[in-house]
Design a protein around this ligand. Structure first.
Ligand code: AHG
Ligand code: MN
Ligand code: MN
Length: 335
């Protein structure tokens, strides 16, 4: 790319030229990007910044929090609470919603995030990230409460993630395709490095935690068994496997070169629909994937059509290259 386009310029053009986003949403996205830059700095310092290891506390999901889970959560809240663009925030690391304090003006947007995705990879220096989703407050709503957040993913007005890997990359959609920005550390700004990302419809690469195989149900077993059977099996081709254990990094690979990602329901915790959280993991990723020509389902239903019933609700996830997602979905019994 000969002329460098910064995230700021990209968003201004989305607002002014194409009329895709209002100014408050542009501000919101710039603030989220700035917070991601700060998180990236903390991640990069690693042991030198004292950010590794556990915080000796638990989140609402009963998971032990890492120091960086808490740091990233605080960075996102502090960056976003005073700008006047938000009514409230919700996070994997907070039990209840965080309403913008009364001392600040309130805006019309709701921000949800997984501040640090892939926590088990922090201390081993493997890619991690931040995932975010933006909704609008329902109209004519006087006070904000958890119910305002419970909107299906198709109502998102922006979604994205930032992956902290060998490069720090921000990936964004406002419903007009998917754009990718790389952090230029010397300039301190995100620079557009790819636009109109498209995921190949076919793939020979799958991502699933194979150690859970004995706990899967029949449709998932069938799909993976057929991939494993390779050229001699019903698929007639060999498959490759990747599992990073950071959804953000697995999705980034899929947006870059295709693939299918699955975190299905399994019998370890039969009463939970899956491991991943619908509102701040599955929904933003599903929208990015669809915007890039891929598909995302829970095996039976499009993720973006699921009506959430609680903030931290979980969901089974199949997403990525369209033809593979369609196939895996077709193996599940129709409702
Ligand atoms: P988080 O760190 O936000 O709790 O999310 C981790 C998620 C997801 O990113 C990843 O795909 C999955 O958990 C990995 O789970 P396993 O360790 O069960 O493979
Ligand atoms: Mn996560
Ligand atoms: Mn997390």
């Amino acid at each position: 790319m000969s002329k460098k386009i910064s995230l700021t310029r990209y968003l201004v053009e989305q607002q002014r030229v194409d009329g895709h986003i209002p100014s408050q949403l542009r501000l919101l996205l710039e603030v989220v990007a700035r917070a991601c830059k700060n998180i990236s700095q903390a991640v990069n310092k690693g042991a030198l910044g004292g950010v590794l290891g556990t915080a000796h506390s638990e989140n609402v999901q009963g998971e032990i929090q890492k120091k960086l889970d808490i740091i990233a959560n605080e960075v996102l809240i502090e960056a976003n609470e005073w700008g006047g663009h938000l009514a409230a925030m919700a996070s994997e690391e907070m039990d209840a919603i965080y309403v913008v304090p009364n001392r600040y003006p309130k805006g019309e947007y709701l921000l949800l995030f997984d501040p640090l995705d892939g926590s088990s990879n922090i201390d081993v220096n493997v890619s991690i990230g931040t995932i975010f989703s933006v909704l609008k407050m329902p109209e004519d709503d006087r006070g904000v409460d958890e119910g305002d957040f419970l909107q299906p993913g198709r109502q998102q007005v922006a979604a994205g993630y930032c992956v902290y890997g060998p490069q720090t990359t921000l990936v964004l959609t406002v419903g007009d395709g998917v754009a990718m920005f790389t952090l230029d550390r010397e300039q301190g700004s995100f620079v557009l490095t790819q636009e109109n990302i498209r995921i190949p419809e076919d793939t020979q690469e799958f991502a699933i935690n194979m150690s859970n195989m004995r706990h899967w149900d029949a449709p998932v077993k069938r799909y993976i068994d057929e991939c494993l059977a390779g050229r001699e099996g019903p698929r007639g081709k060999d498959f490759n496997m990747r599992w990073i254990a950071s959804m953000v990094a697995d999705v980034h690979r899929i947006l870059t070169r295709g693939g299918v990602f699955m975190y299905p329901w399994d019998a370890r915790e039969p009463n939970k629909p899956g491991k991943l959280r619908l509102m701040y993991e599955a929904n933003p990723m599903a929208w990015l994937i669809e915007q890039a020509g891929g598909a995302a389902t829970n095996g039976r239903q499009r993720i973006l059509d699921i009506q959430p019933s609680s903030l931290h609700e979980r969901v089974s996830v199949i997403l990525g290259s369209k033809n593979e997602v369609d196939r895996a979905t077709s193996y599940h019994a129709p409702l």
